[in-house]
Write a protein that binds this ligand. Structure first.
Ligand code: HEM
Ligand SMILES: *[C@@H]1O[C@H](CO)[C@@H](O)[C@H](O)[C@H]1NC(C)=O
Ligand SMILES: *[C@@H]1O[C@H](CO)[C@@H](O)[C@H](O)[C@H]1NC(C)=O
Ligand SMILES: CC(=O)N[C@H]1CO[C@H](CO)[C@@H](O)[C@@H]1O
Length: 331
């Protein structure tokens, strides 16, 4: 009887293991994946990104956010880059993608072109890896840490608008909601806080936070966790009848530098979204915010670790992926 129970437990736990395995473990990535296939790939991508960065700073936030949205929806498989076709609305047409600025897409398309000009590299480097490398490069170009990026992802075989539903965090989220959505991607609270600091660069449309300054609650029209001196500045940049296309800097102090000022802003109650400010307001995450506000080296280390972990989410291999000939079109 005892032995019978034991084997039942073994079988049950093995089935549970098989059930959990695909979502928690991704294909092996490695740093020198293209060493024999396309040895110069990283410098080719970097040159493209540098050129694009000189043309427009938006390259930085656009590429960084694109990578995040790619990884959180169906894994880091460049499915976010696919264009909709007549019959299929792709991920990028979901309302949550709004302001996935064209410059992020363009960066990947241009790098792919440059790579494919080298005959030995042609159609050997995945769009998903190009986006991962370009993201590393934009972070470094804007003053953030540089890191060795893991490679070996394949491109996904599908991209649908409906797959985005419920996969991306909303700017109104509280700590519990943020933690649960990041945990679903294998990322813990520290990773979540480190990655949120991506809001040290880039822009937000007024509608994403205007409730915080005009329509917070019945009793209080203004969110009391916003700095008193910041409220009038925000109201001036985003009047109630503002053109919906207007977007403002998320980091009011150093908007064009990837730095830990994001955390200093939170300490001064200048986080733009509820989901930013809550990291300081909630005492369960505040110690991490304080630590990284005063120590940029430890923030940089945490950011690299979290980006590397995010880059492993839902990676495709074998029959689950391929290498796209055109990043915006499924093969
Ligand atoms: C923690 C939960 C997060 C929420 C709720 C959130 C939400 C948002 C929202 C609402 C915007 C403004 C979009 C617009 O107005 O068009 C934005 C912009 C941005 N987000 Fe996040 N985000 C989160 C995490 C992240 C992460 C993890 C990254 C990257 C690692 C990231 C990178 C960016 C960047 C770079 C921008 C600026 C985009 C641009 O200027 O084109 N965000 N985010
Ligand atoms: C204010 O918020 C409430 C509840 O969220 C909403 O129903 C209402 O339309 C908002 N009003 C304005 C002016 O945005
Ligand atoms: C509000 O911001 C100012 C600087 O603009 C800062 O001196 C002050 O401490 C902040 N107030 C709070 C409550 O964080
Ligand atoms: C860059 C991009 O493709 N943006 C699209 C995001 O989704 C909206 C609709 O929800 C489209 O209008 C945008 O063109």
């Amino acid at each position: 009887m005892a032995r019978f129970n034991f084997s039942v437990i073994l079988i049950l736990s093995f089935s549970l293991y098989l059930f959990l395995y695909p979502s928690t473990v991704s294909a092996e990535l490695k740093r020198n994946y293209y060493a024999d296939i396309c040895p110069d790939v990283e410098s080719i991508v970097r040159k493209t990104v540098e050129k694009k960065f000189k043309e427009t700073f938006v390259t930085v936030p656009a590429t960084l956010r694109l990578f995040f949205h790619d990884c959180f929806v169906e894994g880091c498989d460049a499915s976010v880059i696919v264009q909709s076709t007549g019959s299929n609305k792709a991920e990028k047409d979901h309302p949550d993608n709004l302001s996935l600025a064209g410059d992020g897409f363009d960066t990947v398309i241009r790098a792919k072109q440059a790579i494919d000009e080298v005959s030995s590299c042609k159609n050997k480097v995945s769009c998903a890896d190009i986006l991962a490398m370009a993201t590393r490069d934009v972070v470094a170009l804007s003053g953030g840490p540089s890191y060795a990026v893991e490679l070996g992802r394949l491109d996904g075989l599908s991209s649908t608008e409906s797959s985005v539903d419920g996969k991306l965090p909303q700017p109104t989220f509280n700590l519990r909601q943020l933690n649960s959505m990041f945990a679903a991607n294998g990322l813990d609270q520290s990773d979540m806080i480190a990655l949120s600091a991506a809001h040290t660069v880039g822009f937000a449309h007024c509608a994403k936070f205007s409730d915080r300054i005009y329509n917070y609650s019945r009793k209080n029209p203004v969110d009391p966790t916003i700095n008193n001196t910041y409220v009038p500045e925000l109201k001036q940049l985003c009047p109630q009848d503002v053109d919906p296309r207007i977007a403002i800097n998320m980091d009011p102090n150093t908007p064009n530098t990837f730095d830990n000022v994001y955390f200093k802003n939170l300490q001064q109650h200048k986080g733009l979204f509820t989901s930013d400010q809550v990291l300081y307001t909630d005492t369960r995450s505040r110690p991490t915010v304080n630590a990284w506000a005063s120590d940029s080296d430890s923030f940089n280390k945490a950011f690299i670790a979290a980006m590397t972990k995010m880059g492993r989410v839902g990676v495709k291999s074998g029959n689950n992926g391929n290498i796209r000939h055109d990043c915006s079109v499924l093969n």
